[in-house]
Structures are given as C-alpha cells and as structure tokens.
Design a protein around this ligand. Structure first.
Ligand code: ATP
Length: 366
C-alpha cells in the first residue's frame, strides 16, 4: 500500500473567540502535492502546524494512513509522526558540516553507521550538494542552505513533507530554479507534500491540488488548471492571476452554459458551477483573463469597438488597457509581442466563448 495519505476532517483552531482555522476538510493522496494558498493571516501556517503536531486542534481530526495523529483530545508528538519539515528560515545548524546537518535525524534514531552514511550521501546527492559534504553550513549560499534543509527533511524517509514558505527567502532567479528542483525531488521520491505559500504562481506551478484559504476557511479546493480557468468565486479569480470582471445578471441557464445580461450586451458563457436548476439571482459576474481576449483592426460579429488607453511593452507580451465604447467598461488585455497597437488606436475586441467563465460575485475580499 502506498504511504502518505493525509486526511483532515472538520479541523478547527480557536484562540478564545478568534477562529484561526475553521472547518477545514482535505484529502491528500499518497505522493501528491497540495498547496495551502492565501494571504497573510488566513490560517495556512496554523493548519500546517497542526498537521506537524506543534498545535493542538480545538475540534476535528487529522489522520495519516488511517491512523489518527491529532484530535481534540489526542495529539501524537511531532517527532513520532514521520514527517519532515522545511521552514522559510532554513534552520540549518551553522556550526555543523553539511553531512552532519543531514545526518542529525538519523543519529537521533541511532541508525547504524554504514546505513547512515549511505542514506546521508544519497540525500545530499538528490539535492545536488555532492562534493560539499564537509563544508560548514555557514559557508553556503541561501539556496545551498535550503537544499541542506531539504536533504535533512527527506533523509529519514518521512511519510509527509511539510514545506512552510521554503522559497521565500531566496532571490527571484534562484527561487525560480529551486521551484523546479523541489517539484522534481518530490516526484522522484514520490512523497506527499504540503506546501504553504501566499505566492499564487508557485502554487499553480507545483501543486496537484490547491486549497485557497480565507479567514480560516478553505474557500476553494481544486487542481491548478481549474483554479485558474474556472474559479468558483470572484474573490479567487482576482487573487489567482490577472482578471477582468464583467458585471452581469444571469438571464438563462442551459446545461453547462449561462447567458448573462452585461453592460456590453448578452454574453453566453461556460458556467460549470451553476447547477441548471438553480434560480439565477444576479450574484454572478463574468471572468475573462487578459490573455483570452482578441484584438482586431476591423469590426466583425460579436466584436466590441474600443480605444487603446495604454500599451505597456513587457518583453514577450504587450499589456493593453482598452476602453470599450459600450458599457463604460475597461479591459486589460495581454498579447504576445511584437506590438501592433499604440495608445489612442481604435480597435475591436473579441471575447471568445471558451475564454469566459461565470463566477459567484460576493463583496468579500480575500
Ligand atoms: P502568514 O502568511 O502571515 O504566516 P498565515 O495564513 O500562515 O499567515 P496563521 O499564522 O495561520 O496565518 O494565523 C492565522 C490567524 O491566527 C492570524 O490572524 C493570527 O494572528 C492568528 N493566530 C495565530 N496564532 C495565534 C495565537 N497563538 N493566538 C492568537 N491568535 C493567533
């Protein structure tokens, strides 16, 4: 049986009357990568620390491979959970060599010498630090120190790897390459990973599932593709990626599609979250991502006349702000360079049907 199944049921953490985590339910299959994504204070670290065994839940249960490790009246100590943890601050010991840092967990478990050497060398090789074994951690760069922390977390062959913003102390370039390495390492080891981040790009890139949290709750849980293409709510649409929101009210629903009356006329859109029997009541809007919109020189069926207010050159793409004539609506549109339109140009905007989705439109912000 594959190991590393994590199941979280009805998990709450209350501090007096403050609800830091509220009714979180998650099922993470063995070997998969789940991100807890959300702004500062939404409860992601508290959830991770409950999984690690550092914080006791107020209500609810955490199970690993069918065994309850946390509940309101029982908490298995962190060191008995077979979980590895990597922190934002690396937390490697500066006075110890790379080898000794990585070996620490195995020494405390009294692993035999030959076995210890084999496993430490293997972990050091996996994270790309072969040849650096005898260096002190203080002689390493930030990226290398984070690799030591990763090797130290995986050398004990944990059932679950917990990652608390492990890349956020690295500079932008290094961060980008470490993301890819982290994903490769997780896949290679086939280890279940729980990753805390407020960086939506990182969550999209790394995850099999993303749990978006707001005010202690998971407000959306799905794969990266669905989260970006078909978010359920306006809040999530605006938090993950760039978005245009077109206000509207639903006038008809047919199967997976809905028709909305909008300031630029009737628009038919994919509406996967609208049950066909639900009464349309105006709590919805349309999401159109900037790269889904087409810009044309000429008028045509379904095209909206507008004017380029601003064209920003961004290397591989041009970022346009377009004001439509109808409906007092401005849209952000991204197209691949080379630039074809300049400030003040009249253009025609096409919104392809498969580039629009209906989202629930609540006032609350993440
Ligand atoms: P960040 O990205 O800033 O770390 P987060 O999403 O990880 O944020 P948490 O650290 O989980 O957020 O905190 C969630 C909420 O619970 C915050 O409002 C925080 O102030 C509160 N909180 C955390 N620990 C305690 C505590 N010991 N007592 C009271 N409130 C707490």
């Amino acid at each position: 049986m594959a190991i590393g199944q994590l199941t979280i049921s009805n998990l709450h953490k209350h501090y007096n009357t403050f609800r830091a985590v509220e009714d979180v339910n998650l099922s993470v299959p063995p070997g998969s990568f789940l991100s807890l994504l959300g702004p500062s204070g939404c409860g992601k670290t508290t959830t991770l620390r409950m999984i690690a065994g550092f914080i006791h839940p107020t209500i609810g249960e955490i199970e690993v491979d069918g065994e309850v490790v946390s509940s309101a009246d029982f908490v298995l100590p962190a060191e008995k959970r077979q979980m590895g943890m990597v922190f934002q601050s690396y937390a490697v010991w500066p006075h110890m060599s790379v080898f000794e840092n990585v070996a620490y967990g195995l020494r405390t478990r009294r692993t035999a010498d030959a076995e210890l050497k084999r496993r430490v060398n293997e972990a050091i090789e996996i994270v790309g630090l072969k040849g650096q074994e005898q260096k002190f951690s203080s002689q390493l760069s930030g990226g290398q120190q984070q690799r030591v922390a990763l090797a130290r977390a995986v050398v004990t062959e944990p059932r679950i790897l917990l990652l608390d913003e492990p890349l956020s102390n690295l500079d932008a370039k290094l961060r980008e390459s470490m993301r890819i390495e982290l994903k490769r390492l997780q896949r290679k080891l086939g280890i279940t990973a729980i990753f805390v981040t407020h960086n939506q790009e990182e969550a999209l890139l790394l995850s099999d599932q993303i749990a978006v949290m707001s005010q202690g709750r998971v407000i959306e849980l799905c794969g990266p593709h669905d989260l970006y293409e078909k978010p359920r709510t306006r809040m999530v649409a605006e938090f993950v990626g760039l978005s245009n929101i077109i206000p509207g009210s639903v006038t008809a629903i047919r199967g997976n599609f809905a028709t909305l009356e909008t300031p630029i006329g009737k628009i038919e859109s994919l509406a996967p979250h609208l049950a066909s029997d639900e009464k349309p009541d105006g709590r919805f809007a349309l999401l159109v991502r900037p790269e889904s919109i087409e810009l044309w020189q000429d008028p045509g069926e379904g095209r909206h006349r507008g004017r380029i207010v601003e064209a920003l050159y961004n290397g591989n793409i041009i970022d346009y702000l377009v004001k439509l004539e109808a409906g007092d609506l401005s849209l952000r549109i991204q197209q691949f360079a080379p630039q074809r339109h300049a400030d003040g140009d009249t253009i025609f905007v096409g919104i392809p049907k498969n580039g629009i989705t209906v989202v629930e439109d609540y006032a609350t912000k993440i």
